[in-house]
Design a protein around this ligand. Sequence first.
Ligand SMILES: [Zn+2]
Length: 401
Amino acid sequence: GSAVQMVLPNRPTQAELTTYFNSIRARVKGNIVFYGEPARVPVNINPPPKRIPDETAKRNVNPYAEPVRPQIQAPPPPEPKPDALPFQEVTTQVNQFLLDAGAAVRVNDAGREHGQIRAFSNSTYDVAKVVPTVVMRNEDFGRIVRLVQSGREVRLEFDIRNQVYPEGATAYNTVAEIVGTDKADEVIMMGGHLDSWHAATGATDNATGCAVMMEAARILLALGVKPRRTIRVALWSGEEQGLLGSRAYVEQHFGTAENPKPAWSKFGGYFNHDTGTGRIRAMTVFGPPEAATVLRNAVGPFSFMGIEGAIATRSRGLGGSDHTSFNAAGLPGIGTTLDPIEYGTHTWHTNLDTFERLIEADLQQGAIVIAAAVYQLAMRDELLPRFPPAQMPAAPPLRPN
Ligand SMILES: [Zn+2]
């Protein structure tokens, strides 16, 4: 079909949207719809550092340091337009219009530099509600739109083979453990998530986390240590759809601070590794400041490898990664802060998230630090300090997925 550009009126009312649809309907039929204006991605003259500077990493885990708040200029709020349709309603109507008008394919701009593709899901999770959609490199999208805007016809051919797996509605967590000795009913956990996005293989999001945790367990087994508490590795699934695997696991096994199961009070901490391939520079534990002190001491001997310490958080908010499923339940979830390397700039959810982008030495550091910290928590006389019931922060209301 021919390339047709579709640019909606800004924050349209129903009347504006309907008028626009009617103006473009005949051109859409059987054609390839380029949706929106190409993003202008400026050349990044000063890319962010790939490693957290040592001073910053130290400051971030110093409970007495004034936190550094990044200076971000919020964009001015848009002019009020009371009859504008809600964003989600516009999306639904655009999907329906493209189906009804007979568009062959919808093309979205990846909007990123150097051919990076960041493809997310069809938000309807229903192939009957959208036309086949592809995400195109920003450079190609922009080039084609310029040709179309100059009045030239651009013909395109797509061969899209989609496969629907109706049995794929169930996701599975993968769990294994080293059974403890005199405190075997108390559990220390560590994990990453097995699921990933489809543009690549998910090497940094989150094969790295899974590999680090399996390697940490292998180190402990190879040393022949006999941990007092049970050490359990969980490789979650459904993380990208909303931490589904870890939330279900926590609910089934531990309950919440407000509605605990017996295992809730015997839980000693969950370590998570999920922001790429960098070294672990810090840990953040849900709990009182004493919990961070325990972790700081546990990883202290490894500061020469770049781990600067730990800090406590009182937040039970869900989001980010699977440790927050534990935090939300009032359990000590432990997030790790990694050197960013190329995570936000190149690999996160992109077509470049493959094995080639991994730094083996950094991941070995992660496995060593986790193995040491997990071992300490599994051996000490007391569980990690927790908030007493009267001081447990309230859980924020659950947001819908
Ligand atoms: Zn992830």
